[in-house]
Design a binder for this molecule. Structure first.
Ligand code: SF4
Length: 449
């Protein structure tokens, strides 16, 4: 159970040293209770108090890391039921299933695709994250061979799946340095696999026949002092899996029910044989609480829509995506090239820079910091107006890079041209097209008038 602010305060050193950045221990206790501070901010908590306080300050859904290094996948750690309440934090992993029953050619193709297939969108790389390796034969050597193959290709975020504790023991030891997710402890294997997970320091998934059984399994593992647990609710229909995911999230957040306070793994690949339906099923679990989503294949037709959906859902709605303010050189501009200016809303930047690039006209693109707001919104908020733009243009140094003194503003912000003429008296302010799609003809004719 979570502790109240007063209960937390009783466990703090009460020296009011302020090293946590808060004036008093009481204020820090209140922040911890409200989930607005991290326990690590206080360096003086005793080990005994820490154990108790970790319970109070832990997020209702425990964050669990699968893998190591740059490619590690962190799932869980969520604090809200609905994304619009605040933000979702750790995006779900998208993974592909390979088994020891597949031909080498098929396995190689699946691994190659998930390794290489990626998309760039608004400056972010979208790609798959996880390889789930499933034993169907009971032959640990085959499992280890697949692990080595994945490792050899640099695919190191793994889920190791088997019904055999012996196979999982050998597989986990072979991949121990990669911290794979061991899948899955059931009522029959929970003790053995719990010990294996503790021994190898790997996270462990549990699979129950329903949520009651899942809660019993996680409680047993927690009693064994295993913390990094992932839940498979056991459902293999969309309807039941969806209901289970909602129930898990609500139980963890609203009822503070710790046995269900873990991220999930879900298998659309085992819910249908139809690849389109599988993608649609997978898309259900991106907003509705999937932690790791395993697909039968990761190809362009499912990776692109699912990863774009994931990016959209897991983008913090309170922090618009922004590009760094500055001068961007596109198509090798020189002293005679046009100068364009726009806002630093990422989508604006990528659309404008994309259109300029494809026009092949060399351009200096000035990006003004508008706190991530688009041109019109920034104009309405007073962030893309003459007295904000003019000092930026003067300080940016663009004047030293060109012979002319002409600057093109977005057509949507034409209304600022008069004021900007006054603020940038030496410059000629030109009005560009309203739509980025019309930039190519505009740029090709620029300077000919
Ligand atoms: S750092 Fe710890 S001891 Fe110091 S004020 Fe904060 S809570 Fe109190």
């Amino acid at each position: 159970m979570a502790l109240s602010g007063i209960e937390i305060f009783k466990l703090l050193p009460k020296t009011n040293c302020q090293e946590c950045g808060v004036p008093t221990c009481m204020a820090f206790a209140m922040k911890l209770a409200a989930g607005q501070a991290e326990l690590d901010a206080c360096p003086y908590v005793s080990d005994e108090a820490r154990e108790k306080l970790e319970e109070a300050s832990a997020p209702p859904i425990r964050p669990v890391v699968i893998g190591t290094g740059d490619t590690a996948l962190k799932v869980g750690g969520e604090n809200v039921i609905f994304r619009h309440e605040k933000t979702f934090i750790n995006k779900p992993g998208i993974g592909v299933l390979i088994t020891d029953a597949m031909d080498d050619v098929v396995v190689d193709a699946k691994l190659k695709t998930i390794k290489e297939l990626e998309y760039e969108r608004v400056g972010l790389i979208l790609k798959g994250d996880v390889v789930a390796i499933k034993d169907t034969s009971g032959d640990a050597a085959k499992m280890v061979k697949l692990i080595e193959k994945a490792k050899g290709m640099g695919l190191t975020t793994l889920v190791l799946m088997s019904d055999s504790t012996d196979v999982l023991a050998e597989a986990a030891k072979a991949a121990q340095d990669l911290k794979p997710l061991i899948y899955a402890a059931t009522a029959a294997t929970v003790e053995d696999l719990g010990k294996l997970a503790l021994e190898t320091k790997c996270p462990l998934a549990v699979r129950g026949k329903d949520l009651d059984e899942v809660a019993e399994l996680t409680a047993k593992l927690t009693d064994m002092k295993l913390k990094d647990i992932v839940i498979d609710t056991g459902a293999r229909t969309l309807n039941q899996a969806y209901k289970d995911h909602v129930a898990v999230r609500r139980a963890a957040l609203m009822d503070k029910f710790r046995p269900l306070g873990f991220p999930t793994i879900v298998f659309p690949c085992e819910m249908t044989d139809d690849p389109i339906q599988e993608t649609v099923f997978a898309s259900t679990f991106i907003p509705k609480y999937g932690g790791i989503i395993i697909l039968s294949e990761v190809e362009g037709h499912n990776l692109f829509p699912l990863s774009v959906q994931r990016m959209n859902i897991y983008t913090d709605p309170q922090r618009p995506m922004a590009t760094t303010e500055g001068i961007y050189e596109i198509n090798n501009p020189d002293e005679n090239s046009p100068v364009l200016i726009t806002s630093n809303f990422s989508l604006t930047y990528f659309i404008v820079s994309g259109e300029v690039e494809s026009s092949r006209v060399p351009v200096w693109l000035l990006i003004k910091d508008t706190e991530g707001l688009s041109v019109l919104t920034a104009w309405a908020a007073g962030k893309f107006v003459a007295d904000a733009i003019a000092p930026f243009v003067k300080k940016s140094g663009i004047g030293d890079k060109i012979k002319h003194k002409k600057i093109v503003i977005p057509g949507a912000a034409a209304t600022i041209s008069g004021d900007l003429d006054e603020e940038l008296a030496e410059w000629e302010v030109q009005i560009g097209p309203r739509e980025a799609a019309h930039l190519t003809p505009f740029l090709k004719n620029w300077g000919t008038a």
